[in-house]
Design a protein around this ligand. Structure first.
Ligand code: SF4
Length: 469
């Protein structure tokens, strides 16, 4: 069957990048519009294998052009239920990356696709090839799908119209976990899909923590594990709750050890600083510690400017991704901002100092009323100085931490060390100075860092001293 396609199909093409110079067309992505959506329907409502295109086809697109793209799949089968939609939808990413010459990034309304020139030269002229290859893979790999059909849309007006409906579907899925919490269930769910490019990634999905790609919630994980127990989504027995505040569970730690190949054996799912969740690279938002104000900022992939630390999303995403526990950075899904346990072991919203306005607007209703006006956006603060000024003027709770630091004398060595990096908080979790080695250079700040080495053995072969340029 694969012979009918003008390209090869194999998991070995996953990870293939299509750079700007090699690209024939770009579809959806940050500079256009698009989405992917899977809808579960009745078995008699669809025609298996049918493909419909609304708008221009690849053959009608100009080389180097950028176009909108919506990909809507309808699936049916005896075991198919709406809870499976998100799981099936997430696999579109895998399957399209199996196609040689096609690069698929992100998920839901963030999808970004590029087709390279070689693929066009080999005869890829129509979206029908891509849609039919994707549908073939969906049916081969997810055997509960008995029938599938696809509609691709490249007409901007129609994409916008359908995007509005898709956003309602995504919101309805996310809303389902609102009244369910970590303590109400015995099992969380794990997902290993991103291990193909981030081998130590340990993805844990709990009622209070949506997957960091934002595409899979607890109900989705449960439905997937039920229908395909050997598949990439699986149950994680919570085990003993070791620390409720930070969300540490013995069952999660055991899975972390196994999945990460021994790299990590502790994960606290509601912690920013200590044993944080790993960040594979699919995260919708990256959190970054701002040592100058002892607060946490968040930036999403739609924000094209620099955060107050002088860094763009892409720079921080590069620092954060790869499936590591990265001190000072954390990847999350947008719906995690709506969680009552949102980074609760590090102060929750009281620790948040900055986020882009469009992101803040998205989660506005879920920001506690007493802090909502105190979280700066790019309209209020563009660098560390303006951020400090804004937080001070608004009386952000973080400011009290600065005051505490100035007023209270250091009582012991560990306190003195914390003071040295400008972060003392009574009754709040301490920040490990060791994390500074992982932080990229920050703007503002200055004043130096005190490093205390205890019981350290240092051997040096050679020291080269040179004049400062
Ligand atoms: S981020 Fe997590 S849930 Fe989402 S696809 Fe990757 S491994 Fe699965």
């Amino acid at each position: 069957m694969a012979d009918e396609f003008p390209f090869e199909i194999s998991p070995m093409f996953e990870g293939e990048r299509v750079r700007k110079d090699d690209m024939y067309v770009e579809l959806a992505g940050p500079k256009s519009k698009g989405f992917e959506l899977v809808n579960a329907v009745g078995i008699d409502e669809i025609e298996d294998g049918k493909f419909t295109l609304i708008g221009p086809d690849i053959s009608e697109m100009e080389e180097g052009g950028r176009y909108p793209l919506a990909m809507i799949y309808r699936i049916a089968g005896e075991l198919v239920e709406p809870d499976l939609e998100a799981i099936v939808e997430r696999r579109n990413h895998d399957f399209q990356n199996y196609i040689q010459g096609v690069m698929h990034l992100n998920q839901r309304y963030d999808v970004w696709i590029r087709i390279n020139k070689d693929a066009i030269a080999k005869g890829l002229k129509s979206f029908e090839h891509i849609a039919k290859a994707s549908m073939m893979l969906f049916k081969n790999e997810l055997t509960f799908i008995e029938k599938i059909e696809a509609t691709y849309i490249t007409d901007l007006e129609k994409v916008e119209e359908e995007l509005a409906k898709a956003m309602e579907r995504y919101a309805a899925r996310d809303e389902r976990t609102r009244n369910l919490h970590d303590e109400d269930v015995e099992e969380f769910y794990g997902c290993s899909l991103c291990q193909s490019f981030a081998p130590t990634s340990v993805c844990v999905i709990s009622p209070d923590r949506i997957a960091l790609c934002g595409a899979i919630n607890w109900f989705d994980g449960r439905a997937a594990a039920k229908v395909d127990p050997e598949g990439p989504q699986f149950a994680i027995k919570k085990g003993e709750c070791l620390d409720e505040l930070s969300g540490e569970y013995s069952g999660v730690n055991e899975v972390a050890q196994k999945l990460s190949g021994g790299e990590y054996n502790r994960i606290k799912i509601h912690s920013f600083f200590e044993f944080p969740h790993t960040s594979c690279g699919c995260f919708e938002v990256v959190g970054f510690y701002v040592p100058e104000v002892d607060g946490i900022g968040w930036v999403d992939r739609d924000f094209t400017g620099n955060a107050p630390n002088g860094l763009a999303f892409s720079t921080m995403a590069g620092q954060t991704g790869g499936g590591k526990q990265v001190m000072g950075f954390l990847g999350v899904g947008i719906n995690y901002f709506r969680s009552p346990k949102f980074i609760q072991s590090d102060g929750g919203w009281n620790r948040v100092v900055w986020m882009p306005k469009h992101l803040k607007d998205k989660v506005l209703e879920d920001i506690p009323a007493d802090i909502v006006d105190k979280v700066a956006t790019e309209e209020d603060a563009q660098d560390i100085d303006t951020l400090k000024k804004f937080l001070t003027e608004k009386g952000h709770p973080i400011v009290e931490r600065w005051t505490t630091e100035e007023e209270e004398p250091a009582e012991d060595e560990s306190v003195a060390e914390t003071r040295a990096i400008g972060m003392l908080q009574v009754g709040m979790p301490a920040f490990d100075p060791a994390m500074l080695q992982n932080l990229p250079p920050m703007t503002g700040g200055g004043g130096g860092v005190k490093i205390t080495l205890k019981n350290a053995k240092i051997s040096i072969d050679k020291i080269i001293l040179s004049n400062k340029e």
